[in-house]
Design a protein around this ligand. Structure first.
Ligand code: CUA
Length: 330
């Protein structure tokens, strides 16, 4: 049940590469260039050392009629010893200095005044995303504007964890950064190509570590602004789904979930004010369709074993009404 859903999801995802060798953002590009340098130098070392070993094995193999005596023993060669000391030293220096430069350029980059700020909070097993200055709260889907050759619009991310250690990784945008309880880490991304990029938790954090997916939607500044406006609105109120709304507000959903403009103001689970604006459910375990949403609410554990959201034991009618209401939250 889970597998086909996940496969379908991965296939429909626009970002099918998810590789550090296809960077679209400044830190990832610098890290890719460094990786290529390291790989090239390592390849040269491998070919030279492997080649010398192969040559010597072939050239100096024991003759078929081995007399059983030792070959001539050679001691001390200033040239050879200098070569195998100086060359590796130079290689290590080049690797060390170029790595230090990239680390400095990525970690010490000053935050420009127009940078978008977002806080990402790792939870078992999903990502809470808050834009404190924009008044937006969402989950598992990070929207950010793209930069272009004239204007830079990077996003500075503050990373926190509510429970155990996670690791935040969007291969095409930036390297991994640990997300650790009681510690605040910072990182930044600066994409130049619009699209949806997949990220994931890169550190084992419990049963559903593998299903802690993140989608990063990189869009033009105009579309990003429109998304922010839409996210800031209060939840839709549709009289046609009043029974479902009443069910939602009368059961335990409200102690974990927020729906702006209602008494539901829990913070333990994802904010549902604009639930249907998101593409997936349960941090990427299923596409966010009405059918899957119903299955999810009916028994979350079926889709995501170990999930902290309990099944609310609703009868079919209550469940239908509740889902009728949830799908109006756009
Ligand atoms: Cu969160 Cu692995």
């Amino acid at each position: 049940m889970l597998r086909p859903a996940l496969v379908a999801l991965l296939l429909q995802a626009e970002d099918t590469v998810s590789s550090i060798f296809a960077p679209v953002s400044t830190p990832a590009m610098k890290e890719r260039d460094l990786s290529v340098l390291v790989l090239i130098l390592s390849a040269i070392v491998f070919v030279v050392v492997g080649g010398l070993i192969a040559y010597n094995v072939a050239r100096f193999r024991a003759p078929s009629k081995d007399p059983g005596t030792e070959p001539p023993q050679v001691y001390g060669s200033a040239q050879v010893e200098a070569a195998w000391t100086v060359v590796p030293l130079l290689i290590v220096m080049v690797l060390m200095l170029s790595t230090a430069r990239v680390i400095h350029e990525v970690q010490a980059a000053p935050q420009p005044p127009n940078a978008v700020e977002a806080t990402v909070i790792g939870r078992q097993w999903w990502w809470e995303i808050r834009y404190p200055k924009l008044g937006v709260v969402t989950a598992n889907e990070l929207h950010i504007p793209m930069s272009d050759s004239t204007i830079r619009r990077p996003t500075w991310l503050t990373l926190e964890s509510a429970d155990v250690s996670h690791s935040f990784w969007i291969p095409r945008l930036a390297g991994k950064t640990d997300v650790i309880p009681n510690k605040t880490n910072r990182m930044w991304v600066e994409p130049f190509t619009p699209g949806t990029y997949l990220g994931q938790c890169a550190e084992y954090c419990g049963t559903q570590h593998a299903h802690m997916l993140l989608r990063v939607v990189v869009e033009t500044p105009e579309r990003f602004t429109r998304w922010v406006e839409q996210q800031r609105q209060r939840a839709a109120v549709d009289p046609a789904v009043e029974p479902g709304r009443r069910t939602f507000l009368s059961i335990a959903c409200i102690s974990c979930h927020t729906v702006a403009g209602t008494v539901a103001n829990g913070r333990y689970g994802p904010d549902l004010t604009h639930l249907m604006a998101r593409a997936t459910l349960g941090a990427g375990v299923a596409p966010n369709t009405r059918e899957r949403l119903r299955a999810w609410v009916k028994n979350p554990d079926d889709l995501k074993h170990g999930v902290l959201m309990p099944a609310m034991q609703l009868d079919d009618k209550q469940l239908d009404q509740l889902v009728d209401y949830l799908v109006t939250l756009r």
